[in-house]
Design a protein around this ligand. Structure first.
Ligand code: MN
Ligand code: MN
Length: 366
């Protein structure tokens, strides 16, 4: 969580336990087959052993995330005034080296991509030169890019504000795209659904990036106001559907764009994190299935006829289709649970986990 934690008991206390939890999630849903680690929050002491443990659960490692938005114990220089954009070369070098270290950890895990999100920016006008900060950021990213293995991709994530409140160096998709293009063909833009100003047309951003072949992947979540990190589909399911319509269209038509990295970046404070993740996974699958149901040919011909009312009918016919029975059947055939959330609640294994981890409280509804 981004603020205070309220324990429900049974939360994973280390990387091994997190992997076990994701393994359970994947077993029930058959749609959570990879993990995206944050370095140094999740430092595998023995990456090969961790890789083995994940493989036993049928899991792979998706993008590894670097972290230069927090100072780590013992580091020589502070990121208080930025990392890759910092005015002092020594700080930039430290941040670049951290990213190179993350690449090495990722290689040992079998990961094939790195996500870079920077908190760099300014909270007050005049605090730094926006043009120079952007220039230094580009050069630092190019330095990291040089160390990117040949079969890896670099994802550059953007966010308009927070923790800096006046200007963020990589504030929007256009800046992230520009920096990615300044690095080379293995660099892409990453879209976090919560990283836009209110009412931004995210499906249009997806369309633009896919047309350019520069959409690397997603951080799925939902939000009402800002970087709320709420359960996917809990606030704006129609927007999620429209995003998936662009994704399906782009995956069929814009073959320049490589396969996407599908990641959930949400925060759980009120719900059991695993239940929350099951709801997010289901929302993603629903939006995807509905987008696949969209009659693209009929929509194209309505567009050609300028029949706007019919175009809306066609879109909403797909959106209003209840695909849940289809998803349950698909999951069952794939060896998962018909209703993962219900199955999870009934699992004795959960009680066992809470016992083993010495939790003080037992979740309501168990
Ligand atoms: Mn994110
Ligand atoms: Mn976020």
């Amino acid at each position: 969580t981004r603020f205070g934690r309220f324990s429900i008991g049974g939360e994973p206390g280390n990387l091994e336990k997190k992997i076990e939890d994701v393994g359970l999630l994947h077993a029930l849903t058959r749609s959570a087959g990879s993990i995206s680690l944050h370095i140094p929050w999740d430092i595998p002491a023995d990456p090969l052993a961790i890789r083995q443990l994940a493989a036993e659960q049928g899991l792979l490692f998706d993008a590894v995330n670097s972290n230069t938005f927090q100072d780590q114990p013992g580091q020589a220089h502070s990121y208080k005034f930025g990392s890759l954009c910092h005015i002092e070369k020594a700080v930039r070098e430290q941040a670049i080296q951290h990213n190179i270290d993350v690449l090495k950890t990722g290689e040992a895990l079998g990961s094939k991509s790195i996500t870079i999100w920077l908190a760099d920016g300014a909270s007050f006008p005049g605090q730094h030169s926006m043009q120079e900060a952007l220039q230094r950021t580009q050069e630092s990213l190019q330095e990291i890019y040089k160390h990117l293995p040949a079969d890896w991709r670099m994802f550059i994530e953007y966010k308009p504000y927070e923790p800096n409140f006046y200007s963020t160096v990589i504030a929007d998709w256009g800046t992230a795209l520009m920096l990615a293009e300044g690095c080379g063909p293995q660099a892409y833009t990453l879209v976090d659904l919560g990283h836009h100003l209110p009412n931004t047309n995210i499906e249009q951003i997806v369309a633009t990036l896919m047309m350019r072949g520069k959409l690397g992947g997603f951080h799925f979540n939902d939000s009402k106001y800002g970087d709320d990190d709420l359960t996917v589909g809990s606030i704006k399911p129609y927007q999620l559907f429209l995003i998936f319509c662009e994704l399906v269209y782009g995956m069929n038509k814009n073959t320049d764009n490589p396969p996407l990295a599908w990641m959930i970046d949400a925060s759980h404070n009120l719900k059991d994190p695993l239940e929350d993740l099951m709801q997010s996974l289901e929302a993603i699958r629903i939006a995807y299935a509905q987008a696949l149901l969209l009659d693209q040919e009929a929509l194209r011909s309505a567009q050609a006829e300028q029949d706007i009312a019919l175009a809306q009918e066609i879109l909403q016919a797909a959106f209003r289709t209840d695909v849940r029975p289809l998803l349950r059947e698909a999951r069952l055939r794939d060896g998962g649970a018909i209703n993962p959330l219900q199955a999870y609640r009934q699992l004795e294994v959960r009680k066992q986990l809470i016992k083993e981890r010495g939790a003080e409280t037992v979740a309501a509804g168990l």
